[in-house]
Design a binder for this molecule. Structure first.
Ligand code: SAM
Length: 248
């Protein structure tokens, strides 16, 4: 596995370039500049707002940027298309903002906490991405009619168990749209519950891919589900129900 060497002596640009290259992720100089801009702004804003526990740029390049971009390794369509994409529970903009930087998708980043959304919108403006990326305060279970079945891609990183994410995502997804679930670890019980939930909510289980981050920063899993038929249950349910009273 690739290890960052002498990162202290490399410029941040070189470190990022090397990381992406080692994971086979193509990038332009502008994209790398924007990815670094996101991290620098995050660390600056984090001194006032609690957006992340990661305070070193080198660590953030792996744990936020590289990690956020792993879906590009498993979902070819994401980068090749010009579609509608939503990242739900985006926090400080992950994985949604890095994925927006690397694609042409029209991107919406949502979180239930207003101060996080305001911080992310200020980062979007500062990086100059306001034409294709927008942040909005939204709770997954309170989907406005205009967002129903609108999105071709939905991502979640570190938001809830997969069966709950399948329920949250269903009203947002267009027919044949893809749900991308990003996790540190998934056990067999979670997978079994997710498989049952996928049947109820009208998904086909597409793939499960695993990754190791460099410098022993941990194991990652990406699960892909495709929306292929109608949900057997009318969604969304009342806010909170998916978590307090899951179907599986
Ligand atoms: N996705 C980001 C990341 O990986 O860095 C943030 C992860 S953080 C652990 C979970 C985020 O999900 C929080 O910012 C929280 O406010 C948001 N969240 C939790 N439940 C949500 C819901 N029902 N709707 C929208 N956002 C939610």
């Amino acid at each position: 596995m690739f290890e960052l060497e002498n990162s202290l002596y490399n410029s941040k640009e070189n470190v990022l370039n090397e990381l992406l290259h080692n994971y086979g992720i193509d990038s332009t100089e502008l994209q790398r500049k924007q990815l670094l801009g996101h991290i620098e702004l995050l660390i600056e804003i984090n001194e006032r707002l609690n957006l992340t526990r990661i305070t070193s740029i080198d660590d953030a390049l792996i744990l936020h940027i590289l990690d956020s971009l792993l879906p590009l390794k498993v979902c070819d369509e994401f980068i090749s298309c010009n579609r509608n994409y939503i990242d739900i529970g985006t926090g400080g903009g992950f994985p949604g903002l890095p994925l927006a930087i690397m694609s042409n998708n029209k991107t919406l980043l949502v979180d239930s906490i207003g101060k996080k959304v305001n911080a992310v919108q200020s980062m979007i403006n500062e990086i100059g991405l306001e034409e294709k990326v927008k942040a909005e305060k939204l709770r997954a279970e309170e989907i406005p009619n205009t967002y129903k079945q609108k999105f071709d891609f939905v991502t979640f990183r570190a938001v809830a168990k997969t069966n709950i994410l399948l329920e949250y995502a269903e009203p947002f997804l267009a027919f044949q749209g893809t749900l991308i679930v990003m996790k540190a670890n998934v056990d067999e019980i979670e997978l079994q519950d997710a498989s049952q939930a996928a049947k109820i909510f009208g998904y086909e289980n597409v793939s499960r891919e695993t990754f190791e981050l460099p410098n022993d920063f941990g194991h990652r899993e990406i699960l892909l589900y495709k929306k292929v038929t109608k949900s057997k249950i009318k969604l969304p349910r009342k806010p909170g129900m998916a978590k307090t009273n899951p179907f599986v």
